[in-house]
Write a protein of this length. Structure first.
Length: 255
């Protein structure tokens, strides 16, 4: 198991099972939070993983404030969020909702709204990423955002769904984040940021809604996809992933 002192939520996605008896190939898909704090020892470990593609789902402001560290001897291509969607995929919708509806109920609805919107916001990244995987130069792949829970959680969940991974296994992988990150430390950062922007202290119940990995959140993305696209397969078809492309994607990532 990969363990990085400067990125505690960095991990390989386990060889999760598919509906047809296959499983995700080990050490092909990694996920993480911010990479700005990797130690020299961390960099040495990362170098051995031979990551070829990094999906950095942070906003341009986050990338500027927390530039990633990466081993110079293990270069990897990077896909970033389009500037047209990175703001909407970040904290701004949460800020807007909490300004209108302070408290845990507003925070909970804000998180559901965010997760429902993420399939649309992440579509350009997922389109480029699946193409990179199919052509072979995008494996192993690392997906990360700032914490490694929301944007990363949805992206990984959708990739796994495209492969036919069992839904319970997808949700379990998402929930594993709660065992990896320091929720108290992360929510303190969020509390300071939101408190400054909203001009008031953020209550513990609100912070809990924002910080936790909730099965209801990840289920929301599949409900939204079913409603807007008619299912995961149709969603990826809208992104340009044909039936033959999906078979090639599975051939690359499944065993």
């Amino acid at each position: 198991m990969t363990s990085l002192a400067g990125a505690p939520n960095f991990r390989a996605v386990a060889p999760l099972p598919t509906h047809d008896g296959r499983h995700l190939r080990p050490d092909t898909l990694y996920r993480s939070g911010v990479l700005a704090h990797l130690t020299e020892a961390d960099l040495a470990v990362v170098e051995t993983l031979s990551v070829k593609l990094i999906c950095d789902l942070r906003s341009s402001a986050e990338r500027h404030r927390f530039p990633s560290r990466w081993p110079g001897l293990a270069p990897a291509r990077t896909i970033v969020m389009p500037g047209t969607t990175d703001r909407e995929a970040g904290m701004q919708p949460l800020i807007d909702r909490l300004a209108r509806e302070p408290g845990p109920e507003g925070a909970y609805r804000a998180m559901l709204d965010l997760y429902a919107a993420l399939p649309r916001l992440l579509a350009p990244v997922l389109s480029d990423t699946t193409e990179a995987i199919i052509t072979g130069w995008g494996i192993p792949l690392l997906v990360h955002c700032h914490v490694g829970k929301d944007r990363t959680g949805v992206t990984v969940a959708l990739l796994l769904a495209a492969l036919g991974i069992e839904r319970d296994a997808i949700i379990a992988d998402y929930l594993e984040t709660a065992n990896r990150i320091d929720i108290e430390a992360e929510t303190k950062h969020v509390a300071r940021s939101l408190g400054n922007l909203l001009g008031r202290a953020i209550d513990p119940g609100t912070l809990d809604c924002l910080g936790r990995a909730d099965p209801a959140y990840i289920e929301t993305i599949f409900t939204a996809i079913d409603r807007q696209w008619g299912g995961v397969i149709s969603y990826f078809e809208a992104l340009g992933l044909t039936a033959s492309g999906r078979e090639r994607l599975q051939a690359r990532l499944l065993a």
